[in-house]
Design a protein around this ligand. Structure first.
Ligand SMILES: Nc1nc2c(ncn2[C@@H]2O[C@H](COP(=O)(O)OP(=O)(O)OP(=O)(O)O)[C@@H](O)[C@H]2O)c(=O)[nH]1
Ligand SMILES: [Mg+2]
Length: 166
């Protein structure tokens, strides 16, 4: 219930309404005086795939960043990708030969895996991709985790379809 107080200022009738602790006032307080938003859960995700598959491009796109000036990842890079209900701390491991042999050293603590592949590569490169994928799928630190395989470069006319990639 609200309280009403009638009074006069300079001959004009005024009315003051005090909302007290009505549902309306609680609602108003929630809208105007709300504290910091509750923190979103964070998950650590590892992103792997051969060089040129498009890992950095994918992560940059998810972060709404431009795609200009992307260079091959030397070592690894970590970016926080924010979604409305969670934040993914995505660790990209570079796909060059001299880096991918160390991938497994960086798997510890991962809670999910994204494997990006270029759907346009030659059959020979696809074989390399397949064996790297199988190694990752069977790795003790990854084999129980949610695992996304992304068939990238789908805008290219030469891209294999998802059934062909399978
Ligand atoms: N057409 C096309 N080009 C792409 C796509 N994704 C990435 N590229 C291009 O492919 C090239 C390599 O992309 P990157 O994102 O650097 O690939 P990466 O997997 O991070 O490579 P490394 O860091 O070397 O492991 C860049 O020139 C990108 O612009 C795609 O979906 N379509
Ligand atoms: Mg990269």
């Amino acid at each position: 219930m609200h309280n009403t107080l009638n009074f006069e200022v300079d001959g004009l009738q005024q009315q003051k309404i005090t909302l007290g602790s009505t549902p309306v006032s609680q609602c108003f307080r929630k809208l105007c005086c709300k504290g910091p938003p509750s923190p979103r859960p964070e998950y650590d995700v590892v992103c792997i795939g051969l060089s040129g598959a498009g890992k950095t491009s994918l992560i940059s796109r998810l972060c709404s960043e431009g795609l200009d000036g992307i260079v091959p990842t030397a070592g690894f890079s970590i970016k926080a990708v924010a979604f409305p209900n969670a934040v993914l701390n995505v660790k990209e491991l570079g796909g060059a030969d001299n880096i991918k042999k160390y991938w497994s050293r960086y798997y510890q603590g991962s809670q999910g895996v994204v494997f990006v592949l270029d759907s346009t590569v030659s059959d020979e490169e696809m074989e390399t991709c397949r064996s790297e994928l199988h190694l990752a799928l069977q790795h003790p630190q990854l084999c129980t985790l949610p695992f996304l395989i992304l068939a990238n470069h789908q805008d290219s006319p030469a891209a294999r379809s998802v059934p062909e990639v399978r």
